[in-house]
Write a protein that binds this ligand. Structure first.
Ligand SMILES: NC(=O)c1ccc[n+]([C@@H]2O[C@H](COP(=O)([O-])OP(=O)(O)OC[C@H]3O[C@@H](n4cnc5c(N)ncnc54)[C@H](OP(=O)(O)O)[C@@H]3O)[C@@H](O)[C@H]2O)c1
Length: 279
C-alpha cells in the first residue's frame, strides 16, 4: 500500500473502497471482501444509510480495527444534533473514526464543522474533512475554522482536475479525496484512447490507469464497486507508475467538465432531508 501523510502527521492509504449507492447487503459484502483482499480504507456516510453494514463488513473481515482507515460523513440534518457523532460511531460499531467529514455546505454547516472539531479534540475523529466545499464555501470556512481540515472530498477525474481548488489546498496541505474517480463509470471517460494505450503498455485496464493517475496526482481514490473483480483490480494499481510525458498526455483530457452540478435549491433540499438510518 502507498500512503499520504496528512497535515496532522497521520497516514492515510491512497486507495480505498467507496460505498455510495450500495445497499446494506452489497456494502457489507464489498467492505468485507475488499478488506480481505488488502484494502485498508473504507468510505461511507450517514446519507448512504449503510454505516451499520460497513461496520459489519469490517468485523466479518477479521482485520483489526486499528488496521482500517474508516471514513464517514455527517449529513446536514445532523449538524445541530449534539449526539450526531456518538450516534454515527454507534452505527459503525466503533469508538472512533479515522476521518469525519461534513458532507455538504448546507443548513447550519458551521455547527457541523464545530462538531468535527470537538470530535477531533476528543479523539473520536482522528482527522476531519469537508466534502463538496468548493469555491465560496471553503473561502468562508477558512475565516472560521479553529482546526484546519486534513481532507476535502470532491468530484475529481481526468475531465475535471480541480485546478482552482488545489491552489487553496496546497496552501494548507489539505489532501484531496476524489469522488466519481471513474466518472461514476462513464464509458466515454473510461474509453478514452489514451487509457487503452497505456493499459496495453502496462498490462492494466483503462480503469486501473485512471486510478493510478489519481494517486500520482496526489489524490486519495475511493472507487465504488459491487463487482469483486473490479474491487480486486482497483487495488492492483500500485505496481507500475506513469511517466511525466504520460501524465502530460492525460492532462490534455481536462476540460473542466463535472458530471454532477449541484444547485442552490438542492442545498436547501439537502438541509431538510433526514436519512432513515438502518435499525
Ligand atoms: N462526498 C460526496 O458527495 C460523494 C459523492 C459521490 C461519491 N462519493 C464517494 O466516492 C465513491 C466513488 O464514487 P462512485 O462510486 O459514485 O463513482 P466511481 O467510483 O467513479 O464509479 C463507480 C462505477 O464504476 C464502475 N467501476 C468500478 N470499478 C471499475 C473497474 N475497475 N472497471 C470498470 N468499471 C468499474 C462501478 O461498477 P461495478 O459496480 O460494476 O464495478 C460503478 O458503476 C463513492 O462510493 C463514495 O464513497 C462521495
Amino acid at each position: 500500500m502507498e500512503y499520504v501523510t496528512l497535515n496532522n502527521g497521520i497516514k492515510c492509504p491512497t486507495v480505498g473502497i467507496g460505498t455510495f449507492m450500495l445497499t446494506p447487503s452489497d456494502a457489507e459484502r464489498s467492505v468485507r471482501e475488499a478488506l480481505k483482499m488488502g484494502y485498508s480504507l473504507v468510505d461511507t456516510a450517514n446519507a448512504y444509510v449503510n454505516e451499520r453494514a460497513c461496520g459489519r463488513g469490517i468485523k466479518e473481515s477479521g482485520i483489526d480495527r486499528e488496521e482500517v482507515f474508516l471514513s464517514t460523513k455527517l449529513w446536514p440534518s445532523e449538524y445541530e444534533n449534539p449526539n450526531a457523532v456518538d450516534e454515527t460511531l454507534e452505527r459503525l460499531g466503533v469508538d472512533y473514526v479515522d476521518l469525519l467529514y461534513i458532507h455538504q455546505p448546507a443548513g447550519n454547516w458551521l455547527a457541523g464543522y464545530r462538531q468535527l472539531e470537538k470530535a477531533y479534540r476528543e479523539g473520536k475523529a482522528k482527522s476531519i474533512g469537508i466534502s463538496n466545499f468548493e469555491g465560496k464555501y471553503i473561502d468562508e470556512l477558512q475565516t472560521k475554522w479553529e482546526i484546519v481540515p486534513q481532507f476535502i472530498q470532491v468530484e475529481a477525474h481526468p475531465y475535471f482536475t480541480q485546478k482552482e481548488l488545489r491552489k487553496t489546498l496546497d496552501k494548507y496541505d489539505i489532501k484531496l479525496m476524489s469522488w466519481y474517480p471513474l466518472g461514476h463509470g462513464d464509458k466515454s471517460l473510461i474509453n478514452e484512447p489514451v487509457f487503452a494505450e497505456l493499459g496495453k503498455k502496462y498490462g492494466k485496464s483503462p480503469a486501473q490507469i485512471i486510478l493510478r493517475w489519481h494517486t500520482l496526482m496526489g489524490f486519495v481514490v475511493i472507487p465504488g464497486s459491487k463487482n469483486t473483480d473490479h474491487i480486486k483490480d482497483n487495488l492492483n494499481i500500485l505496481d507500475f507508475t506513469l511517466t511525466d510525458d504520460e501524465m502530460a498526455e492525460i492532462a490534455k483530457l481536462d476540460k473542466d467538465q463535472r458530471y454532477y452540478h449541484r444547485t442552490d435549491e438542492q442545498l436547501v433540499q439537502f438541509a431538510s432531508w433526514h436519512p432513515q438510518f438502518e435499525k
